[in-house]
Design a protein around this ligand. Sequence first.
Ligand code: G3P
Length: 218
Amino acid sequence: MKFFVDTAEVSEIRSLAEAGLVDGVTTNPSLIAKSGRKMAEVIAEICAITPGPVSAEVTATEYEDMLAEGRYLREIAPNVAVKVPLTEAGLGTCRALSAEGTLVNVTLCFSAAQALLAAKAGATFISPFVGRLDDIATDGMLLIADIVKIYRNYPHIKTEVLVASIRHPIHLVEAAKLGAGVATLPPAVIRQLLKHPLTDRGLEAFLADWRKTGQSIL
Ligand code: G3P
């Protein structure tokens, strides 16, 4: 499973990349706004940190404008994945950009039917938002199960399921059990994946016993 980091905070991406935990990055207009930086500048900096796909989202809503924005964003760096919303104009833009060899991440997916349309439009990635479904008492992981099952019925579909809107480690584990290819995680959730109290306690005990030996390895 590939781990993407869901943030536009360069310092977070850099530290996680140094730990080998970054296979790509996803941003969205809200994350860019939160960074307080110009989109082209921060996307360029992120693309220089990781060779993996870096999602940069269009903000136009009409086809021609979306296409123009997508063609601009892809020029920022070779590893830019243009993000488009799951609308009719977004799917048209996805089809056009993917036909031109551009990576496309179709976002704001909330149904299996939408995911099927994105695959038909040639999406590189489909981003179903599990957390936002959970937020309205709808099991987001059932959507992931449906999309993975449907895509597996059609070997010609090369669209990767990029599980998004992840709120906690269980979302990640369940997505991995289902065979989703990619998960995009807030930095805090990536760090939560690492933690277990028994690991901490076990390490403390090992080191306490080691100190009693008076030895040092070097
Ligand atoms: O960036 C796409 C998605 O991961 C955002 O999720 O629900 O935390 O805003 P959310």
